[in-house]
Design a protein around this ligand. Structure first.
Ligand code: NAP
Length: 166
């Protein structure tokens, strides 16, 4: 299992149930990584998507105890999620947020694809700081990219001791 997130300079990821940034190249990167894959998200993230609709061309799995939908698979707890995920190749599973779901599933992720944005926003939702996490190592960092006044880069972190989902 992998996860993918865009973070600001304090590892902030969101505010008012929205993203902090809209960087076209990052949205493209997210689409390229997750298309035709399985995406796992929390209810709030589903509700933050355009028209509150699942992402096209991906198998959408939503964790929620309160919402049940016909246009995506819903799981009411982590153990039923893990049972469902057994049917998929672990490399093809991407945890896509938000804060609550990243927190629960990060220990099970092998790779974290992190877009680091060199700007601070007034975030209220955060991702764990992988630079300070003992079992996460930076494997790759792209050259610095720029969109308008925003600088960002694509990073890949490896979990040296991921937990098993069984
Ligand atoms: N920067 C990024 O890359 C990125 C990516 C994704 C999201 N975000 C941002 O993150 C924010 C949303 O994060 P969030 O923490 O508020 O919400 P979230 O993680 O998207 O969803 C939380 C909800 O998911 C359900 N849930 C979580 N764990 C569960 C479990 N084990 N079993 C059953 N249901 C479970 C609960 O819904 P019920 O109340 O229905 O049980 C919970 O209230 C937004 O601002 C969004 O824009 C940022």
């Amino acid at each position: 299992m992998n996860c993918i997130a865009a973070v600001d300079s304090r590892w902030g990821i969101g505010k008012d149930n929205q993203l902090l940034f809209h960087i076209p190249d990052d949205l493209k990167y997210f689409r390229e990584k997750t298309t035709n894959k399985v995406v796992v998200m929390g209810k709030n993230t589903l509700l933050s998507l355009p028209n509150q609709m699942p992402l096209p061309n991906r198998k959408n799995i939503v964790l929620s105890t309160s919402v049940s939908r016909t246009d995506c698979v819903t799981c009411t707890d982590i153990s039923s999620l893990f049972a469902l995920l057994r049917g998929f190749n672990s490399d093809e599973i991407f945890v896509i947020g938000g804060e609550d779901v990243y927190k629960q599933l990060l220990p099970y992720c092998s790779t974290a694809y992190i877009t680091k944005v060199n700007k601070q926003k007034a975030a209220t939702k955060f991702f764990s700081n992988l630079d300070l996490s003992e079992n996460w190592e930076l494997r790759y960092q792209s050259d610095r990219q720029r969109y308008k006044d925003i600088e960002f880069c694509f990073c890949e972190y490896i979990n040296t001791s991921p937990l098993l989902t069984i």
